[in-house]
Ligand binder design. Structure first.
Ligand SMILES: Nc1ncnc2c1ncn2[C@@H]1O[C@H](COP(=O)(O)OP(=O)(O)OP(=O)(O)O)[C@@H](O)[C@H]1O
Length: 774
């Protein structure tokens, strides 16, 4: 093959995203100044330009380094000036050329090139012949695989005699990638060009084949879906012809539509779809249908992606809490701090708020207020008596009658994924062979794990990380340690009588008047009436029963107004019994006089503080110690310790030193509503015994509490505030307490300590001195 090499200078048009081969005819628009100037120059001479591709098609103002070295000399066959300063040109590629130097770069590129003109090949060369055949047959195969090449192009290729032209025409039609085209353009040697071309065609062919396989696969899938759809539609039509409208089939279809709207992740969606597919295939009377239906209803009812918009404004929270609750200043402050911290940290990680206190002090209603203030939906889960782990996490679907656990129930009830869930009575969960609900609960509360909470029944993980949990408890003592560690405890102690009066006046009465359909003007009462209800109808730390009694009062008044056509009913301390029945309690159970062997102790129960009169009776006998009433084992131990303590001091106390052999001692603790146990009755029992043995009376205006050791030391006890409030309630002003509880008393609010007289003791002997009269 002959190649004539000539040197010449020629203006350049840089091309973007385009490689032009010799023998190619095409048109394109020229808009850049640098190209228009080159064009102008060419038009003024021999109408030839060098078309040089840019390495980066995005480059707006290329410099010489941005252009390839090899290009095509082309003849401008036509030029059309378009508006907006562009020209459309028709060019024909003539020959390859290599840039060997830039003559000038402004206002257009003028370059010196070596131009390679081809003069036909020697077809007698068998190697060349073989190369050509390969390329042509590869091209034909390629053309058969794709519709990309127009039939006349295929035809024209077969008529080309010149091997160089043949290679260039095929390259222009087949090769897709710009870099590959450029590579072929740079092959001045014909055999090398054909070899390279053959290689590239084979690659293109391979790509086309892969493309085709993918298309076929996708098409098959679509076909299958269409077929299924078509069959389903047909089945529907048949079923409706037969009058079977509520077929499983359309039911499944409906489920599919509903489930799709839930916003589940693809993986989870597929799991649910599997169940639906199963449903569809079951025979119409299979018992499993009900099971799957229930399951799907559960999935559809859960708020996977529904949220209420949370608003955290500390002032709003403060106002709402104040609006709904009287007093509780410290509690409210702690809650506001807690919420402020959560807001600053911008997440719910960290401890769970736990409100601890006796019943009816407003734990539940505070939690409701918090939910209202934060614009979260409120739901309550009662944990009292819960012993089975499955109550929290649900049963696996495979169990007969399986159901989700309480957490999932609560979420369905809440209808949002970010509610406030109240975990009520967290202290009342127990543990047995069915597992440990507390540890299941721990997982629920753990922010590291709870974004993917797995209920055994639901199976698909549910995100609990946006739930705000608040717990309540009556006492901390029975909460398992690991759970307790996760809680931020806020104690709510009982109310004094004064506070109860205020709560009744401001909250309970107005609320009950409204709830019972009364108007304010239809009922009259004064503070004395409220005090009487508190003293004679309730005995509690909170205001639960007080509210109940007020509700009852309002109901009766409403009835009277209707039945007797009255305008208004006036309640007085005198007619109160008419509405609430006979008094349930006396004002106080204060022992009115000093008695032998009877001592007022102070006890703590989960329902608040209580007074209890411990009685000791001594009679001739053989040294038996008898205990009656409601006594736990700890109390019995304390009683035995008391006997030993007294034996060691009998002489000083003026007691017969052989009392433990010659007398029987009987101790009785009257039964209260709640069983009592605990070591804090030690001092009380010891004092009662000493009084009974020495026949000296006990001061009736003193109450006491404290644990004792065999050596006679008095140890600290818990529930100080509740106990003091209990003494106050019955009108006792002198309270004996262990010395180590002094710091607790110091911290108490003033209203608790007002008018009270405290004596702090280190040893039992001091108690005897104060309480027992000479
Ligand atoms: N400080 C208060 N101000 C106004 N109302 C109060 C106050 N404390 C309690 N109440 C009212 O007393 C009633 C009983 O309170 P609530 O049910 O919240 O008690 P609780 O401590 O949650 O008891 P439990 O532990 O038994 O559930 C509610 O109607 C509540 O609104």
């Amino acid at each position: 093959m002959m190649i004539a090499v000539t040197k010449r200078t020629i203006p350049v048009i840089p091309l973007r995203g385009l490689v032009v081969f010799p023998y190619m005819m095409l048109h394109f628009d020229v808009g850049r100044q640098i190209s228009l100037k080159a064009l102008e120059e060419a038009m003024n001479s021999d109408q030839q330009v060098l078309l040089l591709a840019q390495k980066d098609p995005k480059q707006e103002e290329p410099s010489p380094e941005d252009l390839y070295q090899y290009g095509t000399v082309a003849k401008i066959k036509q030029m059309l000036k378009l508006p907006s300063e562009t020209s459309r040109i028709l060019v024909e590629g003539l020959s390859r050329a290599k840039v060997i130097g830039y003559v000038s770069v402004d206002p257009y590129f003028l370059v010196e090139v070596e131009e390679y003109k081809e003069k036909g090949g020697n077809l007698d060369d068998p190697e060349l012949e073989a190369l050509i055949r390969n390329v042509v047959s590869a091209f034909e195969e390629y053309a058969r695989l794709t519709s990309r090449i127009p039939p006349d192009a295929i035809l024209s290729v077969t008529t080309i005699q010149n091997p160089g032209q043949l290679a260039d025409v095929i390259a222009a039609n087949v090769i897709v990638k710009l870099e590959d085209k450029q590579l072929l353009l740079e092959q001045v040697d014909l055999k090398e060009r054909l070899t390279k071309l053959y290689e590239l065609i084979l690659r293109e062919k391979e790509i086309i084949e892969i493309e085709r396989k993918i298309t076929i696969k996708v098409k098959k899938q679509i076909d299958k879906m269409q077929k299924e759809y078509y069959l389903r539609e047909q089945l529907k039509a048949i079923q409706s012809e037969l009058g079977e409208k509520d077929s499983l089939f359309s039911e499944a279809q409906e489920y599919r539509e509903q489930v799709q709207k839930l916003g589940l992740s693809n993986e989870n969606l597929q799991k649910v779809y599997k169940e639906i597919d199963r449903l569809e295939k079951l025979p119409p009377n299979s018992p499993e249908i009900g099971v799957i239906r229930t399951y799907l209803e559960w999935i559809i009812d859960l708020p996977w992606n529904v949220k209420s918009e949370e608003k955290i404004d500390i002032n709003v929270v403060k106002n709402v809490l104040d609006e709904d609750h009287y007093g509780l200043t410290k509690v409210k402050e702690r809650i506001l701090e807690y919420i402020a911290v959560r807001k600053l940290k911008n997440n719910l990680k960290g401890p769970i708020l736990c409100l601890v206190g006796p019943p009816g002090v407003g734990k539940t209603s505070i939690a409701k207020s918090i939910a209202r203030a934060l614009n979260r939906n409120y739901v309550r889960i009662s944990l009292g008596g819960l012993r089975d782990e499955a109550e929290i996490r649900g049963h696996r679907k495979t169990y007969v009658g399986a159901m989700p656990g309480r957490i999932i129930y609560a979420l369905r009830q809440a209808k949002t994924k970010n509610p406030l869930i109240l975990l009520d009575e967290i202290d009342k969960m127990s543990q047995d062979f069915r597992g440990d609900p507390a540890s299941a609960l721990l997982e629920v509360l753990d922010s590291e794990q709870n974004y993917a909470f797995r209920d055994h029944y639901v199976e698909i993980p549910f995100d609990l990380s946006e739930v705000m949990f608040i717990a309540t408890a009556n006492t901390l003592e029975t909460i398992p340690r690991p759970l307790l560690d996760r809680l931020e405890v806020i104690e709510i102690t009982g109310y004094t009588e004064e506070e109860k009066v205020e709560i009744a006046k401001r909250y309970l009465f107005p609320k009950q008047i409204e709830q019972n359909g009364l108007k304010k003007s239809q009922i009259r009462y004064d503070e004395a009436v409220i005090r009487d209800i508190i003293s004679f109808y309730t005995r509690e730390s909170g205001v639960r029963n007080l509210e109940r009694e007020i509700a009852r009062l309002c109901r009766r008044v409403a009835k009277e107004i209707l039945e007797e056509n009255k305008k208004m009913v006036r309640i007085t301390t005198r007619n109160l019994e008419k509405y609430l029945g006979v008094r349930k309690y006396r004002r106080d159970e204060l022992i009115e006089e000093d008695r032998i062997g009877i001592v007022t102790g102070l006890a703590w129960t989960p329902f608040g503080g209580e007074t209890l009169s411990v009685e000791a009776l001594v009679m001739p006998g053989s040294g038996k110690l008898e205990l009656t009433g409601q006594l736990g084992d700890v109390m019995k131990e304390s009683a035995k310790a008391a006997v030993s303590i007294i034996r060691a001091r009998a002489k000083e106390l003026g007691i017969d030193e052989n009392f433990y052999k010659e007398y029987d001692i009987h101790i009785h603790v009257p039964e209260g509503a709640i069983p009592k146990d605990g070591p804090s009755a030690g001092v009380t029992m010891a004092t009662a015994m000493v009084s009974a043995l020495s026949k000296k009376p006990v001061r009736h205006d003193v109450a006491m509490t404290g644990e004792i050791t065999l050596s006679g030391r008095v140890l600290p006890i818990g529930g100080v505030k509740e106990k003091i409030l209990a003494a106050k309630r019955v009108g006792i002003k002198n309270v004996i307490l262990p010395y180590e509880n002094k710091k607790d008393v110091d911290e108490l609010e003033d209203y608790v300590k007002k008018d009270m007289n405290f004596v702090f003791v280190k040893a039992i002997d001091e108690v005897f001195k104060i309480a027992i009269k000479e």
